[in-house]
Design a binder for this molecule. Structure first.
Ligand SMILES: NC(=O)c1ccc[n+]([C@@H]2O[C@H](COP(=O)([O-])OP(=O)(O)OC[C@H]3O[C@@H](n4cnc5c(N)ncnc54)[C@H](O)[C@@H]3O)[C@@H](O)[C@H]2O)c1
Ligand SMILES: O[C@H]1[C@H](O)[C@@H](O)[C@H](O)[C@@H](O)[C@H]1O
Length: 327
């Protein structure tokens, strides 16, 4: 049994804790920590946990904890991840790995100094059945060489503290990882343009945004990132190749036909859309720990590369000009 401690008991931390406690084989949640005691208490009551740590560092040091999930805000990821590396505990850190490329690089270097992988980054789309199928067919040559990729990332709404840069660092960072993973190439340049913002966005928020990525092999990827889309949580991805295209289908399993019309549900949020991906992500992580093998999911380097591309994209958002990625 792998005894897991979860840091951050908000939306994502409580989702991970619930899945680990109820749906993941070989795992048990033994401790929880949150800066706000009531948040930790709420999930501890729900899952019948007796150990709550006021400080995440105490949870990491707790000898009863074998492995750690970090789901606290991004600014806390670097110190918590470094502490896990220091005590030799496997850690699944939510995206983004850190708030700057320099901070992510410190994590990569700390892990390298120990000599083996212990960090997994929560880029869960790699575990989504749709994305996994798309990747397998692309790798099998179903559409020949990829040329272009079109993506859309639409959230119904986001936390009120979201700013224009977070549309890149917190939301489009998923497409940055998906681009590197699907195409197997680094992103070398980013350009971000913004239209007149939606009247539904908070004052000052540049939403939506259009991101253009150029890869080392000369492929182009466009991403519409729109976090006040209102209507649903809508994630799209289409790869255009020399012999055809591969496109994610809507995840609905049922179509309703009535009154001369057909409709299919679109998920209301990321927990519904990526529920299966979180499950597979956690199960793969727990299996690798139980086997004593290195985790095979997104690495600290993947977290660093995504942070470096995010930084270039944020610089482009500010200047309106293409910005080279410094890896
Ligand atoms: N992979 C995904 O699809 C996905 C989805 C949502 C969130 N996330 C990521 O998960 C992380 C948390 O996001 P969220 O939406 O759950 O936010 P949230 O605000 O709902 O929860 C964050 C929690 O962390 C607590 N916290 C704040 N400072 C802390 C500290 N120093 N130590 C411990 N706890 C602290 C807060 O009190 C809160 O309960 C972020 O990095 C976010 O990007 C990932
Ligand atoms: O933290 C969340 C999460 O990563 C979701 O997957 C993404 O769609 C949201 O835009 C982001 O705010």
């Amino acid at each position: 049994m792998v005894n897991v401690g979860v840091i951050g008991a908000g939306l994502m931390g409580s989702t991970h804790a619930r899945l680990l406690a109820t749906a993941i084989a070989g795992a048990e949640v033994v401790a929880i920590s949150d800066a706000v005691h009531e948040h930790a208490q709420r999930i501890a009551d729900e899952l019948d946990l007796s150990t709550i740590h006021a400080d995440g560092m105490e949870l990491i040091a707790n000898p009863a904890v074998d492995a750690v999930v970090i789901a606290s805000p991004a600014a806390t990821h670097e110190p918590y991840t470094l502490a896990c590396i220091e005590v030799g505990k496997p850690v699944l850190c939510e995206k983004p790995l850190a708030t700057s490329a320099a901070a992510a690089k410190r994590i990569v270097e700390a892990e390298a100094a120990v000599g083996h992988r212990s960090v997994t980054v929560g880029f869960m789309r790699r575990y989504d059945p749709g994305y996994a199928d798309l990747k397998a067919r692309l790798d099998a040559g179903a559409i020949g060489a990829p040329l272009l990729m079109h993506c859309a990332h639409r959230n119904p709404s986001v936390h009120p503290f979201f700013d224009s840069a977070m549309i890149i660092t917190d939301s489009a960072v998923h497409e940055i990882d998906v681009t590197r993973w699907l195409l197997g190439e680094e992103i070398v340049r980013a350009t971000v343009l913004t239209p007149t913002p939606t009247s539904k966005a908070r004052e000052g928020l540049r939403d939506p945004q259009l991101l253009l990525f150029e890869t080392a092999g000369g492929r182009l990827v466009d991403v519409e990132a729109f976090v006040s889309a209102g209507y649903a949580y809508d994630i799209r991805c289409e790869v255009v190749g020399e012999d055809g295209t591969l496109e994610l289908l809507p995840p609905a399993t049922v179509a309703l036909r009535t009154d001369n019309a057909e409709s299919q549900a679109i998920p209301p949020g990321f927990r519904e859309r990526f529920g299966t991906a979180y499950l597979h992500e956690l199960q793969a992580w727990i299996h690798s720990i139980a086997r004593g093998s290195e985790p095979d999911g997104p690495s600290a380097y993947d977290g660093f590369a995504a942070a470096a591309v995010s930084e270039a994209a944020v610089a482009s958002l500010e200047s309106g000009r293409p910005v080279d990625v410094a890896l």
